[in-house]
Ligand binder design. Sequence first.
Ligand SMILES: C[S@@+](CC[C@H](N)C(=O)[O-])C[C@H]1O[C@@H](n2cnc3c(N)ncnc32)[C@H](O)[C@@H]1O
Length: 213
Amino acid sequence: MRRRKKPGSKEKLLSYEDYLCKEPEKYKGRWKDYFHEEKLIHVELGTGRGQFITTLAEMNPHICYIGIEIKEEVLLRAVEKAVDKGLKNICFLWCDINKIHDIFDKNELSRIYINFCDPWPKKRWVQRRLTHRNFLEKYKYILGENGDVHFKTDNEKLFEFSLNELSYENFRLNNITFDLHHSETNDGITTEYEDKFSALGMKIYRCEGVKRN
Ligand SMILES: C[S@@+](CC[C@H](N)C(=O)[O-])C[C@H]1O[C@@H](n2cnc3c(N)ncnc32)[C@H](O)[C@@H]1O
């Protein structure tokens, strides 16, 4: 069943001017100016309700975080978390991940997180998967030297697909786990979807792909 949008969520989201960057294309190549800081920039694609990225931003004030999300009602929840925590090193973009090349310039990012993205299971949808080689090409361009992609999913087939695509695109694979919550590499920083799936006893798959220079 499709959920009805909450009335007023768009207006409320737009009112958080310190946390929502409304014209992200303007900052292409100069995101450090947006944050007024010479810090590393980490981006989460499909940030959802923001538990993961706001936890990281709180723990790592020396890094600037950008969360990208297309659904305003969901994004509003993420922004409210950042407001509640009084975070200064985070902003959110209400936009489509497909526009990422209009928003970030070559070598601008240090890390991209992709957590529990839509698996797009049918063959004809393969190019929509965020770990498809076409997306990985774009990530390679906007990631700087030794930049990396951190990927988590509950979907085994998508995970296998993603490992293959990362290898095809010449990323170096690190810290691959087929059961994160029983692995030494687990840092305990979870997303909302991760909490939901792991509570159901589902395995969480995780890997890192490091860009080779
Ligand atoms: C399955 S949810 C996972 C949310 C969060 N990462 C988590 O793990 O709890 C995927 C999220 O990606 C967002 N999303 C999907 N396609 C997108 C796109 N093209 N641009 C921006 N966000 C997108 C969805 O709206 C949704 O909130």
